[in-house]
Ligand binder design. Structure first.
Ligand SMILES: *Cc1c(COP(=O)(O)O)cnc(C)c1O
Length: 355
């Protein structure tokens, strides 16, 4: 990887916007901290790494990202413990994944050293934006996009890599009702479903709106070939508890390799909960529900951590899930958050102290 090792230049804000922020009234991901990171790819090299006041960009309307959606992103969080220590959660996974996504989208990979230096510097500058208290965190959004001017349909030779940070409270409130996809798909074999490509989300909005109109918050995506296998829930990975076994789909071309997903699997194994990473069919799910064996469905992802599903619809039939007193969803959410907020041991070394 070509990289030039110059340090990140920093232009600080003169007046922080922090005193004007009401942390009790944050809509997820709509308020950003004082600073942002930027780095350009030009002449085959990532260069001009800077941290500047958060603000608008000036980009040509002919930049390829606007025409061909050549863009990837990540989502990660910083947490503050009771002593004011700040921690990331498995950031190495996000670093590796954005480069995996970039590779699939023909975007040049970003250097590890610069990624971590940017995170350290940004968080150090905006550390007062990380609120303590369970559920509060700083959502971190690294992304890369094609900035080269020109509407010829070919990969760009100029890119911008950026990191934004947004103070957030817990993501979803309440239980989520879902429909099982029977027509639309999120991803296909050989496609970009395993990458955090910007367009994956754009393509989900329309079918998700259709589900919303019917009173559901999310769609459970099935395989694009037969709509037979359960794959993901909304923008999250999905878990099913049948009797006491925790089932989730194996990662593939179509399934995003979620950090939360792999952490839940590791915790389950650590706790002696039987796991089964296999393809689960809709038919099996319906049958398990009818037999009373289906105990829980929940989504997993950085934003919501764990999001319990309270009902699912299939073929216009509604299946409700009963609340479990020994809920796996609550258990894993607590275990994950205890590790994230430095409230428990960290047997897997997932915490990454940053300030
Ligand atoms: C980001 C994402 C997830 C969750 O991944 P985490 O690393 O757990 O945040 C799951 N599915 C899709 C489609 C995603 O884009």
């Amino acid at each position: 990887m070509n990289t030039n090792t110059e340090h990140i230049t920093v232009k600080q804000v003169t007046n922080s916007r922090l005193p004007g922020i009401d942390f009790n009234k944050l809509a997820f991901g709509s308020t950003f901290t004082d600073h942002m990171f930027m780095c350009d790819f030009k002449n085959g090299v990532w260069q001009d790494a800077t941290i500047v006041p958060y603000g608008n960009l000036s980009i040509s309307p002919a930049a390829k990202v606007f025409h061909y959606g050549q863009a990837v992103f990540e989502g990660m969080k910083a947490f503050k413990d009771e002593n004011g220590g700040i921690f990331l959660f498995r950031p190495e996974e996000n670093f590796e994944r954005i480069n995996k996504s970039s590779k699939r989208m023909a975007i040049p990979e970003f250097p590890r050293e610069l990624f971590f230096e940017a995170l350290h510097k940004l968080i150090a500058l905006d550390k007062d934006w990380v609120q303590g208290g369970l559920g509060n965190s700083l959502y971190i959004r690294p992304f890369a996009m094609a900035t080269q001017v020109g509407v010829s349909a070919s990969p760009a030779d100029e890119y911008k890599f950026m990191i934004l940070m947004s103070p957030v409270k817990a993501y979803y409130t309440g239980d989520v009702r879902v429909t099982i996809a029977q027509k639309y798909s999120r991803s296909a074999d050989g496609g970009v479903g395993a990458a955090k490509a910007a367009g994956n989300y754009g393509a989900q909005f329309f079918p998700t709106n259709l589900a919303r109109e019917k009173g559901f918050q999310q769609v459970i995506w099935t395989d694009s070939n037969e709509h037979k296998y359960l794959e993901e829930a909304g923008t999250m990975n999905v878990f099913f508890r049948i009797n006491d076994t925790l089932i989730t789909a194996p990662t593939s071309d179509r399934i995003l390799d979620g950090v939360t997903r792999k952490s839940v699997l590791a915790l389950a194994e650590h706790d002696g909960i039987p796991t089964d990473v296999r393809r689960l069919t809709v038919a099996e799910l319906v049958e398990a529900s009818k037999a009373g064996a289906l105990k829980e469905i929940f989504g997993s992802g950085t934003a919501a951590v764990i999001s319990p599903v309270s009902a699912f619809a299939y073929d216009d039939e509604l299946f409700e899930l009963e609340k479990q007193t020994d809920s796996y969803a609550s258990r894993f959410k607590k275990e994950l958050m205890d590790i994230q907020y430095n409230r428990s041991e960290d047997p897997f070394n997932w915490r990454y102290p940053i300030g």
